[in-house]
Design a protein around this ligand. Structure first.
Ligand code: ATP
Ligand code: CA
Ligand code: CA
Length: 161
């Protein structure tokens, strides 16, 4: 089993809560053990702001899959929940991003770990700091709570569930 893997789940299309629940169910069936789940937070859409608000949550899992295989599996789960890739940052039933894979640093064509935008997004840092305040970002050498306190993103993130 690997070290702790953190995954960000997001949805802003269809039945957002049920999309998150289905993704978590698929992950526990096909990816590995879910050790922790954050609360669910709501945030206005980031980047492209002319679309509905997102629900986001972060989970900590353990898996036997290697990073590339994990990414493939997550993309497959996205497709099974009905996500069609059209415009970048457009509305989506489900988005599954690998935030951290233990302390690994990966920069391949298809996969960057840690996810390059963690430190720029309150909608990621708030659920992440809820379950992993002391986890140290392997490149920035700061823990998630420090990253949240230093983040200049102003989008409001409110607890949803
Ligand atoms: P962002 O990554 O800025 O949040 P996004 O989630 O909207 O944007 P997508 O269209 O979902 O981007 O993903 C595009 C591609 O990003 C995926 O097909 C995948 O190959 C690649 N990717 C690179 N690093 C990661 C990662 N850490 N987790 C998930 N996908 C990643
Ligand atoms: Ca994303
Ligand atoms: Ca994604």
């Amino acid at each position: 089993m690997t070290e702790s893997i953190y995954i960000l789940l997001g949805s802003n299309k269809g039945d957002r809560l049920s999309n998150l629940e289905r993704a978590i169910q698929q992950i526990s069936l096909h990816v590995g053990i879910i050790n922790q789940k954050s609360s669910i937070y709501e945030t206005a859409a980031w980047g492209k702001t002319d679309q509905s608000a997102f629900l986001n949550s972060v989970i900590r899992i353990k898996s036997k899959l290697l990073p590339e295989a994990l990414l493939d599996k997550l993309l497959e789960i996205e497709r099974s929940i009905g996500r069609l890739r059209t415009e970048r940052w457009g509305p989506r039933e489900i988005d599954l991003d690998i935030l951290f894979f233990g302390d690994l640093v990966i920069k391949s064509e298809h996969l960057q770990v840690p996810h390059p935008a963690i430190q720029n997004r309150r909608f990621t840092l708030i659920p992440l700091a809820e379950i992993a305040p002391n986890f140290v970002h392997p490149m920035l050498q700061k823990n998630c709570l420090q990253l949240l306190n230093e983040c200049t993103d102003t989008l409001e993130v409110t607890k949803f569930l």
